[in-house]
Design a protein around this ligand. Structure first.
Ligand code: 5GP
Length: 116
């Protein structure tokens, strides 16, 4: 599902709002979550907002999903001890608030139950 309104993450891609960007490639951007739920909390996001959730992304562009996962591991290698939690909230009832697919990378001393 795509929306004509740019998502908050699209606005970060276009530098319309600030973010602490830690990685960028042709198709993927990653930045620090504004409200971290773990010592390391990064968001890994396709630049396109064409896909609202991970199932749509998997169906529509599995290579892009694979790139997100590879970027997440690379960032975990840089920012944590390489071990991390990868979370995709899918649906409002599951806590999703931004309907532009994104992976939460959580690491650096996770405590029990620290889900994003
Ligand atoms: P969701 O709840 O949709 O899975 O995750 C959305 C995430 O985006 C939340 O963890 C929230 O803190 C983060 N977020 C929302 N707005 C902004 C923003 O403007 N900048 C950054 N860096 N993160 C944001």
């Amino acid at each position: 599902m795509s929306s004509s309104e740019p998502s908050i993450f699209t606005r970060i891609v276009h530098r319309e709002i600030p973010a602490d960007i830690v990685f960028e490639s042709d198709r993927v951007i990653a930045f620090k979550d504004i409200s971290p739920k773990a010592p390391v909390h990064l968001l890994v996001v396709p630049k396109t907002q064409e896909y609202a959730n991970v199932a749509q992304l998997a169906a529509g562009d599995p290579e892009l999903l694979a790139e997100l996962v590879a970027v997440a591991q690379g960032l975990a290698d840089q920012h944590t001890d390489s071990e991390f939690r990868l979370v995709f909230n899918s649906g409002a009832a599951a806590g999703q608030t931004v309907f532009h697919v994104h992976a939460h990378v959580l690491g650096g001393g996770l405590s029990e139950g620290s889900l994003a």
